[in-house]
Each structure stands twice: as C-alpha cells, then as structure tokens.
Design a protein around this ligand. Structure first.
Ligand code: NAD
Length: 275
C-alpha cells in the first residue's frame, strides 16, 4: 500500500475503505474483514454514520495490530463548542474501542469551527489524535480557520471525482501543504460518471474497470481515496490499483471531462450546514 507523508510527518495509507451509509452491522463487519484480508488498513467513519461501534467491533475481532491500522472519524455539526467537541471525541474513541485516533476531522465548516479546532488541537497535543484535519473546507473556510489555528490541518477531505475535480482547491491545498482527500471518489454512484465514454475507453486499454481507472487517477494526483463498498468483489477490485499507471495523455483526457458538478452537500449553503 502506498503511503503519503502528512505535513506533521505522520504517514497515511493513500487508499482506505469508506463506510458511509453502511447501516447493517453484519454488512459492515464482513466488509471490514474482506478489506483487511485484501490489505486495507485505513478506515473512514464519522459520528453521523452511526456505525463507529460496529467498525470498532470489526477491528477488535481482527488480528491486525492497532498500530498497523489507520482510523479516521469526524465530529458532527451539532457539536459546536470546545467542550462538546472534546466529549464527542471521547465517545467516538469508546465506540471504536481504541485509545487514540489516527485522524479526526471537522466534518463540515458549520457553526463554531474555530472553537472546535481549538479543542482538536488540545486533543492532538494530549497525544490522543495523531493528525487533525478538516472536511468540506474551501479556501475561505480555511483562511478563517487559520486566523485562530495554532496547528495547520493535515488533511482536507472534500468531494472529488472526475465530474467534480476540484482543480483550484487542489492547487490551493498543495500550496498550503495540506493533503487532499477525496470523498465520493467514484461519484457515489450518481451522475453517470461510471458510464463516461472516456473512462470506459481508458479502462479497456488497461484491462481494468472504470472504478479502478478513477481510483488510479486520484492516486496519481496525490489524492487520498476512501471508496466505499460492502461487496467483496468490489472491495478487492478497488485496492487492486497499484499495478498499472495512467499515461500523461490519459490523465489529461480525464482532466477534460470535468463538469464541475457537485453530487451532494454544498459547504457554502448555510441551511444545509444546519441540517
Ligand atoms: P463512493 O464514491 O465511494 O461511491 C460508493 C458507491 O460506488 C458504492 O455504494 C457502489 O455503489 C459504488 N462502487 C464502489 N466500488 C465500485 C466498483 N468497484 N465498481 C462499481 N461500483 C462501485 O461514495 P461515498 O461512499 O459517498 O464516499 C466514500 C467515503 O467517503 C464514504 O464511505 C465516507 O467514508 C466518506 N464520505 C465523507 C463525506 C464528508 O462529508 N466528509 C461525505 C460522503 C462520504
């Protein structure tokens, strides 16, 4: 598994398993068991997914050592203060059956994020989180955060896929030495991205699936990916992306199919952030 070095020196496996919308304990446990067997070590959850407890059980049942795992969770919008963030973090730790997180993120730039960040800095300084970051932050949110932050976020996890490539934000994050992590890396099964003729052509040329081409494209942009699936065959397929390379021309072809089309959740929509 390829790893990236974050701006605080910590390493992150560049590909992990996302578990958004997995609402069945058995599905989650079998997906995690399959993923571990296939070589996944990085798992991405959030308080709002209501499955931290099952992920904790699944990981506890495996014989992979804690130090070989990379676990991410996120503090939800309803926790708006310093104290609430600390409490929410400890609840996540308990559910995940661990005494530290590898990465903890502010889920959306909602009310109070500067204060939430202050709490996360404290947890980081206390050694309870290896790296702290944000999610769904655009440049103005990051600039506002940096007016009070003492520690720069290590990661920004944002919607990114071939129809919403986030080219400007990617450049900005690179300039800030903040790692770009893609959520919805496969387009969440929306907007027909998987049926795009350019992607199909490239997939055929490499004898790979469209999903594998998309994941490879992210990796070659130095983006961290956390594709979600509960199906053994897809979980195996999604990590089988380290034995081929897209050419510069193929990377440019994919760059040209961007539609700047968000699939869900706009971090600039105040009403959405309150929901
Ligand atoms: P995704 O782009 O990973 O798409 C998942 C869907 O793609 C699956 O449900 C399945 O239908 C399909 N799929 C997966 N592998 C496939 C394959 N090999 N072939 C064909 N189809 C395949 O979308 P996602 O789950 O929304 O995003 C990934 C992860 O990102 C989530 O599970 C979650 O951990 C995280 N996430 C974070 C935020 C945030 O606000 N920070 C928001 C959404 C998701």
């Amino acid at each position: 598994m390829e790893e990236l070095k974050l701006n605080n020196g910590q390493m992150i496996p560049q590909l992990g398993l996302g578990v958004f919308k997995v609402q069945d304990a058995d599905d989650l446990k079998s997906a995690v068991a399959e993923a571990l067997k296939d070589g996944y070590r990085h798992f991405d959850t959030a308080t709002i997914y209501h499955n931290e407890e099952w992920l904790g059980e699944a990981l506890a049942e495996s014989d992979v050592k804690r130090e070989d795992l990379f676990i991410t969770s996120k503090v939800w919008n309803s926790n708006t203060t310093y104290d609430e963030t600390i409490t929410a973090f400890h609840e996540s730790l308990k559910k995940l059956q661990t005494d530290y997180l590898d990465l903890y993120l502010i889920h959306w730039p909602s009310e109070g994020y500067n204060e939430k960040w202050r709490a996360m800095e404290q947890l980081y300084n206390d050694g309870l989180i290896k790296s702290i970051g944000v999610s769904n932050f655009e440049k103005p949110h990051m600039e506002k955060l940096m007016t009070t932050a003492k520690i720069k976020p290590a990661v920004d996890q944002v919607e990114t896929h071939p129809y919403f490539q986030q080219k400007e934000l990617n450049q900005y994050l690179k300039s800030m030495d903040i790692a770009h992590e893609a959520w919805g890396p496969l387009g969440q099964g929306k907007g027909n991205v998987m049926e795009d003729p350019v992607l199909i052509k490239i997939a055929e040329a490499h004898n790979k699936s469209v999903a594998q081409v998309i994941l490879r494209w992210h990796l070659q942009r130095d983006i961290i990916v956390i594709p979600k699936s509960v199906h053994a065959e897809r979980i195996a397929q999604n990590i089988d992306v380290f034995d081929f390379k897209l050419t510069d021309e193929e990377m440019s072809m994919i760059a040209s199919i961007d539609k700047n089309q968000r699939g869900s959740g706009d971090p600039n929509d105040e009403e959405f952030l309150k929901s």
